[in-house]
Design a protein around this ligand. Structure first.
Ligand code: UD1
Length: 418
């Protein structure tokens, strides 16, 4: 078990290059399993969730090699169509493999998914959509048993713009018979990234990034080379690190167009932001004001994944900020830990009211999920004295070398094994 030990209170100054996006690499690696040939994927971040995804690919029979941040997948001979319950429980996004395995093998056996404990996270939209495409699905002993002939293109309206369901349908539809149209599709940039990769493999996907995605089935998908988009949530986390410590950080590779909701909230809170073609820089103006209200929404609304880092920031801002979490019902688990550090936060259902305090104090705190863990690291960077953050396996699911990146900007942070 490791912990992060952080001596807070130092302004951070420096420059970083943002890692590839976790939420883009996972569906793209799943898509690579459908290629009749070799795929070369660049800019894959070194994360636990990526390691787990590689294990899934290997169990399906793919040859996988890793050269630095490049992953090479040879899926010319798939020998498996099963994902163990253990792997599914550890990583909810492995449900994305369902569409890809069904396309490649016409059958799939996958455990019920797990993931960060941030709410119920059902998969009903995935199941309902795949059934419409001709998949028969039964649940037996904790596994989904799925069978199909050639998948059928059809019109699918999502009741909620689920990211995972949109991706799963895209993966199932690329080789389906006929045209699939998804309405009320999720519009996240990672969906556009997946579509770009699929099209490089020979698929015909139009409209990704808008709420109507049209997929025309093709007979063959070949290997392709692709570079994963930058991680917008990680980029925003490091910008917040600059603001919460009263410093200045430049994040190279970050795309401001992917981060408009958060950048406008950061400006409201007193950040000076400079955007250019190479990335984004945030400089503190010396004052940190509260943010009027943050309501998490599907993209291009305010991302649920950056809600908790913003709450750490609001904890030390002047004035009162209100947060409303509309995406996941259990995404306030960081609140009790922030309160242990001296924050003044009251939660009522899906809303939290944060009254800014002058300074947080170092404390021993625990991460219970990925982004909540990042929020605790940010709080510790600004706090007076020493903090230890445990439960950092969660943080490692989404941040590549978080301590190295922050230390390069002057943070006193180290990982210790206990
Ligand atoms: C993805 C992201 C995650 C992000 C989330 C919302 C990945 C690997 N993860 O997760 O970081 O926080 O989008 O932006 O890309 N829902 C249903 N039924 C379903 C599917 C979803 O009710 O079949 C609900 C969920 O419970 C949740 C909401 O829809 O309340 C959003 O879920 P979804 O967009 O599917 O998120 P994920 O794809 O799991």
């Amino acid at each position: 078990m490791s912990k992060l030990v952080i001596d807070g209170g130092k302004p951070l100054y420096g420059e970083l290059r943002v890692q590839g996006a976790k939420n883009a690499v996972l569906p793209i690696l799943a898509a690579a399993a459908m290629a009749e040939g070799e795929c070369v994927i660049h800019n894959c971040p070194g994360l636990r969730d990526v390691e787990k995804t590689v294990i899934i690919l290997e169990r399906l029979g793919c040859g996988v090699q890793r050269e630095g941040n490049t992953i090479i997948i040879d899926s010319s001979v798939l020998t498996g169509c099963r994902i163990d319950e253990g792997l599914m429980r550890e990583m909810r996004s492995s449900i994305i493999f369902l569409g890809a395995i069904l396309t490649a093998c016409s059958k799939a056996e996958v455990g019920m998914p797990g993931g960060c404990p941030i709410g119920l996270r059902p998969i009903d939209l995935h199941i309902k959509s795949l059934r419409r495409m001709g998949v028969s699905i039964a649940e037996e002993h904790g596994y989904l048993q799925c069978r199909c002939g050639r998948l059928r293109g059809c019109d699918i309206h999502l009741d909620f713009p689920s990211v995972g369901a949109t991706e799963n349908i895209m993966l199932a539809a690329v080789k389906a018979d006929g045209v699939t149209t998804i309405t009320n599709a999720a519009r996240e940039p990672e969906i556009y990234d997946l579509a770009c990769f699929l099209n490089k493999m020979g698929a015909r996907v139009r409209g990704a990034g808008s709420s109507v995605v049209v997929i025309e089935g093709v007979d063959e998908l070949h290997g392709a080379e692709y570079t994963i988009m930058p991680d917008r949530i990680v980029a925003q986390t490091y910008l917040i690190a600059a603001l919460i410590t009263g410093g200045r950080i430049r994040v190279n590779g970050a795309r401001p167009s992917h981060m408009q909701a958060a950048l406008s909230a950061l400006t409201e809170m007193g950040a000076r932001i400079r955007e250019d073609e190479e990335g984004v820089e945030l400089q503190s103006s010396g004052t940190l004001r509260s943010v009027h209200i943050i309501r998490t929404m599907p993209y291009p609304g305010f991302p649920t994944d950056i809600q908790s880092p913003f709450m750490a920031l609001a904890s030390v801002a002047e004035g009162t900020s209100v947060f409303v979490e509309n995406i996941f019902e259990n995404r306030f688990r960081h609140v009790d830990e922030l309160v242990r550090m001296g924050a003044d936060i009251k939660v009522e259902g899906r809303s939290a009211v944060v009254r800014g305090v002058k300074q947080l104090c170092g404390a021993n705190v625990e991460a219970y999920e990925l982004r909540g863990g990042a929020a605790l690291v940010l709080a510790a960077l600004s706090a007076e004295g020493r903090s230890t953050v445990s439960g950092i396996d969660y943080i490692d699911r989404g941040y590549e070398d978080i301590e190295g990146c922050l230390a390069r900007c002057g943070a006193e942070i180290r990982r210790v094994c206990t």
